[in-house]
Design a protein around this ligand. Structure first.
Ligand code: DAH
Length: 349
């Protein structure tokens, strides 16, 4: 067989091999084998030495033509393989934007936060400011400024977690935020109207009705000419917002060191409408919060003229409110974070 025939046969075979190559590695191997220094084309060209001189240019240019055509075929096949690969990837990664989405599970505010939010909304609507205070508090604010000097017997009403020394403690009540706000208030800018929700801590043993950590919302209004009727109207609004429009309240005399007079506030039973049931222990009334007219001593300690300014204060427990409203009989449920319990209070139904 002449060299030309050999080359044609070789080209034929190589073209078949190229067109059946399926991946880039294969096509690269073909290129190296076919066109490399040890490849068959080089081999054929080497055989030209034995040809008569006049035939050499003819066979030489034919060999170059075969090499060029094979090189082109390899490049084309390589481009094709790459294009197929891209097309396949695009097909695989295709996203059907018309498919229905996977629902995202959304959380919800904790039931205690829902009660706090409701009360905040009520008071923001009446022009109160919502104030935050520190949970690690000074004895000075938690007790002394609230008319509870060191060794005052009423300190025993609130078992306290003291920190490092006797001056720092976990606040036992939100009342210190009253003191912090009074201290800074400028009456030339208007009356003081604030609420302060937050966590408080007591050295109690946890049981169904006690938790060493729970919540309070403090309220304070100071101005000229504030009376107990203002207090009663405000408390009635709270009771009706949380427990329903038909609720009545009643005030019973009580004692708090920071108010005089002090009252315990009962709401008419929302379960039996005052007829008597297990929730109100057959009295028709449920105790819900403490309140009173701010003690002149508290005003004086904060540098406020008690002959000119006065007002009312109250402290309520969102935990107790939620327990009553939803019939939860163990306060510890609120702090276990069992989603099955918390989900019952979903606002989304
Ligand atoms: N600080 C009181 C407590 O923790 C609750 C309280 C009662 C707050 C009467 C008040 C108030 O501001 O006037 O028991």
């Amino acid at each position: 067989m002449g060299l030309k025939d050999k080359l044609m046969e070789l080209q034929q075979k190589a073209l078949e091999e190229i067109s059946s190559a399926e991946d880039l590695k294969k096509i690269n191997d073909i290129r190296v084998n076919l066109l490399g220094k040890k490849g068959p084309i080089t081999e054929v060209l080497r055989g030209m030495r034995d040809l008569p001189k006049e035939e050499r240019p003819n066979v030489g240019s034919f060999a170059n033509k075969v090499r060029d055509e094979l090189t082109n075929a390899i490049t084309e096949r390589k481009d094709r393989i790459e294009a197929l690969k891209t097309a396949k990837r695009l097909e695989e990664e295709k996203i059907d934007v018309t498919l229905p989405g996977v629902p995202v599970k959304a959380g919800q505010p904790h039931i205690i936060m829902q009660v706090i939010d409701q009360i905040e909304k009520l008071f923001l609507g009446m022009g109160y400011q919502v104030v935050d205070g520190p949970e690690i508090e000074e004895d000075h604010y938690n007790f002394e400024m609230m008319n509870l000097p060191k060794d005052h017997p009423a300190r025993d009403m609130q078992d306290t977690f003291y920190l490092t020394d006797n001056n720092l403690l976990m606040r036992t009540q939100t009342s210190p935020v009253q003191a912090r706000t009074m201290e800074k208030h400028d009456f030339s800018k208007g009356p003081l109207k604030m609420i302060s929700p937050g966590k408080v801590y007591r050295r109690d043993t946890d049981d169904a009705t006690h938790s060493h950590q729970f919540h309070q919302i403090e309220g304070l209004v100071l101005d000229k000419h504030i009376t107990m009727a203002d207090l009663k109207g405000t408390l009635q609004l709270i009771a009706r917002t949380i427990f329903g429009e038909e609720r009545e309240i009643r005030l019973r005399p009580s004692y708090f060191p920071f108010t005089e007079p002090s009252v315990e506030v009962d709401v008419s039973c929302f379960k039996c409408n005052g007829n008597g049931c297990s929730v109100c222990k057959d009295t028709g009334w449920i105790e819900v919060l403490g309140a009173g007219m701010v003690h002149p001593n508290v005003l004086k300690i904060s540098g406020i003229d008690a002959d000119v300014y006065g007002g009312f204060a109250f402290g309520l427990g969102p935990d107790r409110f939620a327990m009553l409203k939803y019939g939860v009989d163990d306060i510890r449920e609120f702090y276990l974070n069992d989603v099955r319990f918390l989900k019952q209070f979903s606002q989304r139904g």
